[in-house]
Design a protein around this ligand. Structure first.
Ligand code: GTP
Ligand code: MG
Length: 539
């Protein structure tokens, strides 16, 4: 029996689909590649891979061998993997773009009987099988790479098996960090989005930023991306030497913000109407940073698309650099982010709570305040910058060194356990009432304005990145820091005197206390009584 496979171009079908998050579980096999590659080099490499890749929906029982054999007719396959997200998908990277072109040329237009399809061809495809299926074609199922974190209960058990807090922190980071495959999938989604935007702006790119690329991303985190139109921005344009030259006639708007809004409005509409797999599109054009939010169903990513968000890319680059300077930076940031999420200090819903970005800056500041410091202040990184690093965006000095080898670190041998404990201690006594957290100076500064929590935006220095945080959320943060420091210290306290000494790695005082199932009785009791930790006792 012959089983023929062919690819159908996935098209946007005019039905409403409810957006939900992908949820699956399992262990990740990581191929973490160390080495201080600059963020821009990393972006270029991943973008280039994504351009040579396609995303194919396929039956879970598809024969991998036949699938690859069929695709290989179109070109050499460099890498492929399968994953589950409302169905099984394959990411296939060809060695050259010719492979993609050949496959797309061979793809057929699906016939849709009850609905009408939008005639937009993309690199999101479906594998179709025709002909009788031989019994021997029934496969045991494709090996799928998980794209979401392990269930919390499983993580707690894994953490409990570790001997030291340091091991637990490493284990937690291993379980939560983005995998190589998830990172590739994020770039592929950006590249698919670029194909839509390129209908209007052929020179554009769509770049990921934020936790998808800064080294602090957790599986399942949102996909922040921006439409980069820098090549057609008119910036850095050289005045022609000849006496005659032509220029483009361009429509004008009252401000850059108005241009951004109109671009996002149109692209948002295209994503909504034509983007296969893009559902739940919301245009949030009146935000400080206008954006289009939607779910990309085949990947399960919640996407935020902005335009020309160059300062955000700079802060991403800075976080990326700090994360690579010392391995403890990433490990501590993961622990603190996980702890905060588990205690509902952070949320995926915007509100008066501290954001992951603010928390990360707080960890960086804490590490700058160690003695000796583990990472240098931003001003020091600025002093080390070469001429090529110079960057001024909308009047903000965003210059800092990009060459890692120029950065000399001091010797600090503190353990992760010590740092985690001291992080909680540090912020349980930090004078939030008077002082601002400032990673540019590496020192707290007098607060320039009234806000419960003031964290200076590293590049737009007149802004407070935690402006949204209200006093009750800050109080909860401080109370939980105090309690967590106390819990961690219980591990070292002698038994007796009413204190329970937990076996190493099994106590409430280890990072498992950071996850809901690992919460202390004290915390639960507090929450039961008051609805949240009773922060007023802290002050
Ligand atoms: P998660 O999505 O929560 O995992 O973390 P994230 O770091 O991606 O945060 P978020 O999606 O909220 O924001 C994306 C990026 O935008 C951040 O990494 C920052 O680079 C930038 N960003 C977010 N909030 C602010 C802010 O208040 N000020 C500035 N300057 N940049 C911000
Ligand atoms: Mg994000």
């Amino acid at each position: 029996c012959v089983q023929k496979a062919h690819i159908c171009v996935s098209r946007s079908v005019g039905t409403k689909v409810v957006a939900t998050q992908a949820e699956d579980s399992g262990k990740d096999e990581r191929e973490e590649k160390a080495g201080p590659k600059s963020l821009s080099a990393f972006l270029v490499e991943r973008q280039e891979q994504a351009e040579r890749s396609v995303l194919i929906s396929c039956h879970p029982k598809t024969s991998e061998k036949k699938f690859l054999k069929y695709l290989s007719r179109h070109g050499d396959i460099k890498k492929h993997f399968f994953y589950d997200s409302y169905g099984t998908y394959a990411v296939v990277e060809f060695s050259t773009q010719d492979g993609v072109r050949s496959l797309l040329d061979a793809a057929v237009i699906p016939s849709v009987s009850h609905e009408s399809a939008v005639p937009f061809k993309s690199r999101l495809l479906s594998l179709r099988t025709t002909g009788a299926v031989n019994q021997s074609d029934q496969q045991p199922g494709l090996q799928c790479r998980p794209q979401s974190t392990v269930p919390i209960s499983e993580l707690i058990q894994t953490l409990a098996r570790q001997e030291t807090v340091d091991q637990q922190i490493m284990c937690l980071t291993q379980a939560y960090q983005l995998t190589e495959e998830n990172s590739r999938l994020r770039f592929l989604v950006c590249s698919l989005l670029k194909d839509i935007a390129a209908a209007y702006f052929p020179e554009c790119t769509v770049k990921p930023f934020g936790s998808s690329v800064n080294g602090f991303g957790k599986l399942g985190c949102d996909l922040d991306m921006f439409l980069d139109l820098d090549d057609i921005s008119g910036r850095d344009v050289q005045t022609p030497k000849s006496s005659l030259s032509v220029e483009y006639q361009m429509k004008r708007a009252t401000s850059e913000r108005a241009v951004t809004q109109s671009i996002l409005s149109v692209i948002g509409e295209c994503v909504d109407q034509f983007g296969p797999g893009c559902v739940g599109v919301q245009k949030i054009l009146n935000a400080r940073c206008p954006l289009v939010r939607f779910s990309h169903q085949p990947s399960g990513f919640q996407c935020d698309l902005t335009v020309n968000n160059r300062v955000a890319l700079k802060s991403t680059e800075l976080l990326y650099l700090y994360g690579l300077l010392d391995r403890r930076v990433r490990l501590l940031v993961f622990s603190v982010r996980c702890w905060a999420r588990a205690h509902s200090l952070t949320s995926s819903i915007p509100g008066a709570w501290v954001t992951n970005f603010s928390l990360t800056v707080m960890v960086l500041f804490f590490l700058q305040r160690r003695s000796p410091p583990i990472i240098p202040p931003l001003d020091h990184l600025r002093q080390l910058a070469g001429p090529a690093d110079r960057s001024v965006i909308e009047g903000n000095d965003c210059t800092f060194v990009s060459d890692f080898s120029k950065i000399q670190l001091q010797t600090n041998t503190e353990t992760l356990e010590q740092l985690l404990n001291d992080f909680f201690e540090f912020y349980s006594t930090f004078p939030f009432g008077k002082m601002s957290i400032n990673i540019r100076k590496g020192k707290e500064q007098n607060k320039p304005e009234v806000a419960p929590l003031h964290i200076q935006n590293p590049f737009e220095t007149s802004l407070n990145v935690s402006k949204n945080v209200n006093s009750s959320q800050l109080e909860r943060f401080v109370a939980l820091c105090r309690e967590s420091a106390w819990l961690l210290q219980q591990r070292d306290a002698p038994p007796g005197r009413g204190r329970r000494r937990d076996p190493p790695g099994l106590g409430t005082g280890h990072p498992a206390a950071a996850v809901p199932g690992g919460r202390s009785q004290k915390s639960k009791e507090k929450e039961k009584g008051t609805g949240h930790a009773n922060a007023s006792r802290v002050y």
